[in-house]
Each structure stands twice: as structure tokens, then as C-alpha cells.
Design a protein around this ligand. Sequence first.
Ligand SMILES: Nc1nc2c(c(=O)[nH]1)N[C@H]1C(S)=C(S)[C@@H](COP(=O)(O)O)O[C@H]1N2
Ligand SMILES: [Mo]
Length: 387
Amino acid sequence: MITRRNFLYGVSGTMLAAAAAPQLAWAGETSKLVVLGKEEMIVRSFRFLDLEMPLSGFGSWVTPVNHFFVRNHMSGPVDFDAEEYRLTVGGEVDNPLSLTLKQLESLPMHSIVNTLECAGNGRGFQKPQVFGVQWQKGAVGTGKFAGVRLGDVLAKAGVKTTGKHVSFRGLDVVPGKVPPFIRSIPVEKALHPDTLLVTHMNGAVLNKHHGYPLRVVTPGWIGAASCKWLTEIKVLEKEFDGNFMKPGYRWPTRPLTPGEAVKPEETTPLTALDVKSIIAGPTEGAKLKPGLNTVHGAAWAGEDDIVKVEVSADGGATWVDAKLDPQQSKYAWRLWSYAWKPKQRGEYALQSRATDSQGRTQGAAAKWNPSGYLYNAIDQVKVHVDA
Ligand SMILES: Nc1nc2c(c(=O)[nH]1)N[C@H]1C(S)=C(S)[C@@H](COP(=O)(O)O)O[C@H]1N2
Ligand SMILES: [Mo]
């Protein structure tokens, strides 16, 4: 068993090998130790478990559960009793509901493949540096999510015409004076047939790190829109206005210059993800031989489709199209590759730039915002080619 003392040996930002740390715990004083079995996840925080997928995770289209990033604002439920569990649906509805897991599972099952990305992914690259978890590339993963349609549950409850937003609350253990993790999405997105209340991930029952027994998956949107350990749905007349909607997870409505602050009135809640690509290999500082070197990575665009990924090997002076793997599912990333054949030795700056079906593309710098959300600057990896 890992004790609290050696548990703290893991320094934020270090890579944990399976042998070094086969077990991790829920953070928090009252937590129980659990076996996680995560291999080589990058630990960004132990306080509440925040684990980043290593670059090798971009090698598979569906991310294995044990490589899927974990993001917690607080601790998940500790003593969970599936018999006692209820999902309640209230607020602006005709028939408030209290459903058992069995009742939920009697509704028709649906599944989607979705790339889930934390709004803070890439924050560690923001310049100037901003406060928050210093994620680099791997607070993202693609899962096969199965469950029932949120719209089917809402139809059972009967949303009144006054119902405009739908809020979610999980079974998180809320520490001290911290406000609970509650966020809302507009009713149109909630009723979309692809928005699911998920019980299964990659063909297995959800594990506790990803929201057992039930989580929302709001496809194409920032990860925070996909509430884990869901226990309460409320239909509201207006957007929920707690901490995690305001000031949290908001986006400036006007362009800012790097470092600039913004007034709350000049922000709006984050919704869908932006267009983005990352280079997963070669890795920063790699020493390569002349000849064939495959540059590869992933690209995604939330609710939109990736139409093109370009690669530059000269720091952005010239670009060539990468080969995109076939699109297998809406909302899921595309893996891409480029057969690069450097002839001369030297230092190279490899870059990748994605364009989506809306015509959005990545810029040289990310769009500045004080919380460092939706970082999507053109990705760059410096490598060395030697004879
Ligand atoms: N109840 C609850 N749901 C939550 C969170 C949380 O802290 N509590 N974190 C959110 C955030 S910020 C993200 S990015 C995703 C991460 O999902 P994952 O841990 O399954 O990868 O869950 C979201 N859902
Ligand atoms: Mo997140």
C-alpha cells in the first residue's frame, strides 16, 4: 500500500512508471487508497487527481481507458452504493424524476466516439504563463462512450417551455467552502441526439476515475461540459451562474493582447472546442538520421470536421499536406502522418497546422485569454538530424 508520505513523492509534472507507482489515491484527507493501474501517466496534480496522457497515447485512435487523461476539480465519491444511487431530474419540468440505474438502463442504448479535451489542455505552453494546471499536449483522449440519450430522459420529465438550460451535478466530495462543480449547457445541446448519459466507456462499465456509474458526454464541447458521477439534472430558465460557469470557463468576446485582463461582462461561457493539431512524434529534441522519418500526430475540431493538416519542416516557411487517416466518426480526432525525408544534417523546427470545415485554422500564437483556455497555436517540435 502506498502511504500518504510516499504518495507525496510524486512531484507534479513527473512521469510515473507503472512499477514506481502502481497505486494512486483519491486526493484529500478522507480518501481511500485505490488501485489505479495507470501506466506512464504524467501526474499534473495529486491534490485532486489530474493525470495527463503521455505522447505515446496519440498512437491509437481510441484511447485505452488506462491511458485516458483524468481531470478532477475535487474528489470523486468515496463510498459508492449502486443500490442507493438515484439520478434526479427537476426544475422546469412537468414530471420530476428519480431514477435508479436499472430504470435508466431500460432506455434505448446509443454510442458515440468522442474526443474529450480539457479546456485547459496546452495551458503549460501559454505565454505569459497563466495560473492553473500546466497541461501540455495530453489532457485529451478519444473514447467510445455508450449510454442513453439525455434527450430521452428529458422527454420523460417533460421540459417546460421556460426550460432553456440544463445543469448537472456530480457526487463529488466538495471540500470545505469550495462551491460544488455544477455547470449547465443550453437545452438545444442537451436535447441533441448525440448528447448522452454514459454508463460504458470502450466497451466496459465506466471506472470511478471517469465517472462511474453515470456521466454526461457533451460531444465536441470542452471536457467540463461532461459532468462525471452525475446525480442531479436541473432544467433552468437561464444559464447556471455558479463559480464553474462564472468566472470559470469563460471566453473573451473581443480579442485580447497577451497578458491583458478582461471584464466578466466581456466574456461568454466556453462551449465547443477549437481546431487543433499536435505533433506526437518525433519528440522535442529527438536526434534523427537523414532519410525517412515519419512525423505523426492527431487533429480535432470539436463539433467540426478536420479537412486538412499541413506540416512544415522549415519553421513555417513552406507547408505540405499530411496524410489524414480516414474519418471514422464525427467528434473524433483524425490521426495523421507525414513521410519526412530530411537530406541534410542540422536543426529543424517541425510544425503542424490543422484546418476545419468552418475554415478555422491554427495561428502562430494561441488566442490569449487570462485562464489559458483552448490553447491551439501551431504545434512545434525541434529536432536534430545527424549523419
Ligand atoms: N463531477 C465532475 N465532473 C467533471 C469534473 C469534475 O471535477 N467533477 N471535471 C470536468 C473536467 S474539467 C474535465 S476536462 C472532464 C475530464 O474527464 P475525464 O477525467 O474522464 O478525462 O471531466 C469533467 N467532469
Ligand atoms: Mo477540464
